[in-house]
Design a protein around this ligand. Structure first.
Ligand code: S3P
Length: 464
């Protein structure tokens, strides 16, 4: 089978990080916030369900794709949208309007929901228990409970299920050992309930959606760059006395979802793809810079500002790539995109070395191990190191690929990654398999629905 080029235009789901925040933050605002989004995955629906469990009315219109998922998730009370967007109202009643949930708060696969909620719930006047699926219950939470406990937060565990007992909180300065937007956001959210100044220094600036959104809601977060590359964020004085204002948010397309097609169109010869309306936040687009260093042909068009975030269209044409060195500095700005970057590296001339990526081991799966398995199962040359991957690229991978053994080279690699339940790994596998064999095969559609329920349709539309 030959590999058909990918041609045409696509839209990607709404930014998952911004979508979580655009439901959670308005829940404590005064008044009704309006969120306009395109496609939302199951992770974002988990946040909606939880906010409702805390007594907040969330209703409105969902497009057909999201309605289907919402029904499967047992989320009722929405009507079908008359256009392709979701229009969601969040009826905030301030912190005092939140009520104790009757049941556990199930975050499903969503680390962002669980970590942000750990901070959010710490200063309420009730107890709530966060839980999640098998993967989330193995992921570390000490990174958020530790700083918030220093503020006076009360937790019964360092993993899910985790009961957060609302407490009186005091502001701190926290020197975060990790560059993590989830940790930063959790501390800032707890900080909204704390007495006294609240600030946090992270070793490198991470995604700043929390700072932008809180600022747009009337709680201006200050950010200062340190001489050593670190970044310090501070809440305004008396943040705990401020009332957040309701806002209207148009969520841009998710760069992390676009990433799969930035790579797929770069490596499949003859491809020409436009991805419209994608978030172009500097703290998110590390993959773009890395791909450009590798020689990718990606044009950035029509830069505009939507809802306080830069938004662009990408035009990608297939190009010859070369292997490069990827460092920890690149990784922070491409934390979710390293697995798909590894797929690009398979088609590059020479070696690609990725270092400083140890954080990937505690994502939805051990993404260094799983990415190596995806590559191995398709006969690619990869070495897994403690903090990264070394990939020997071959621009002729397609012609040297043995289609008969696609995705199963005799060890248990294929089985391991196909059943990892990790959305990004499943999509990486699909991109690699397509680029090598011309076959579009998505092995774990349920996992992919976490962030990109329309992935297979979007992919198929570019082939036909
Ligand atoms: C996210 C932060 C990142 C990222 C995750 C979403 C967020 O996690 O990997 O997918 O929305 O804040 P870390 O903060 O753990 O790096």
């Amino acid at each position: 089978m030959s590999v058909q080029p990918l041609c045409g235009e696509l839209n990607v789901p709404s930014d998952k990080s911004i979508s979580h925040r655009s439901v959670l933050f308005p829940s404590i605002a005064e008044g009704v916030s309006l969120v306009h989004a395109s496609v939302l995955g199951r992770d974002n629906l988990a946040t909606i369900r939880i906010v409702r469990q805390l007594g907040v009315t969330v209703r409105g219109e969902l497009n057909a794709d999201v309605m289907k998922l919402a029904e499967e998730e047992g989320l009722s009370g929405f009507t079908l949208s008359k256009d392709e967007y979701c229009h969601i109202e969040v009826h905030g009643k301030g912190w005092q309007g939140l009520t104790a949930p009757v049941d556990e708060l199930d975050c499903g696969n969503s680390g962002t929901s669980a970590r942000l909620l750990t901070g959010f719930l710490a200063g309420t006047n009730f107890s709530a228990t966060l839980t999640g699926d098998d993967s989330l219950r193995t992921r570390p939470f000490r990174r958020v409970t530790e700083p918030i406990a220093r503020m006076g937060g009360s937790f019964n565990a360092e993993m899910l299920p985790l009961t957060v007992t609302g407490s009186a909180l005091t502001g701190i300065h926290y020197d975060s050992p990790k560059a993590s937007a989830q940790v930063k956001s959790a501390v800032l959210l707890a900080g909204l309930r704390a007495d006294g100044p609240v600030s946090l220094t992270e070793p490198r600036p991470t995604r700043d959606h929390t700072e932008r959104m809180l600022s747009a809601m009337g709680c201006a977060v200050e950010t200062k760059a340190g001489p050593d590359g670190s970044s310090t964020v501070s809440l305004p004085e008396n943040a705990n006395e401020r009332v957040l204002q309701a806002i209207e948010i148009e969520v841009p397309g998710d760069f992390s979802a676009a990433a799969f097609f930035l790579v797929a169109a770069s490596i499949v010869p003859g491809s020409a793809v436009r991805i419209s309306h994608v978030g172009y936040n500097e703290t998110r687009i590390g993959l773009l810079h890395v791909l450009k260093r590798m020689g990718a042909s990606i044009e950035v068009q029509d830069k505009r500002v939507v809802g306080g975030e830069d938004v662009v269209d990408f035009v990608i044409t297939a190009a010859s790539l070369r292997g490069i060195e990827v460092t920890g500095e690149d990784v922070v700005l491409a934390i979710d995109e390293i697995p798909i970057l590894a797929i690009a590296a398979c088609f590059a001339e020479g070696e690609t070395r990725i270092r400083g990526a140890e954080e990937l081991r505690v994502k939805e799966s051990d993404r260094l191990a799983m990415t190596a398995r995806v590559l191995k199962s398709f006969g690619q040359e990869v070495e897994e190191t403690e903090d990264g991957l070394i990939i020997q690229g071959n621009p002729d991978s397609f012609s040297s690929f043995e289609a008969t053994q696609a995705g199963d080279k005799g060890d248990n690699s294929a089985e391991a990654w196909r059943s990892s339940g990790d959305h990004r790994i499943a999509m990486c596998g699909a991109v690699l398999e397509y680029a090598l064999s011309g076959r579009l095969h998505l092995s774990d559609t349920a996992a992919v629905e976490t962030s990109f329920p329309t992935f297979a349709q979007s992919f198929q539309a570019l082939i036909s």
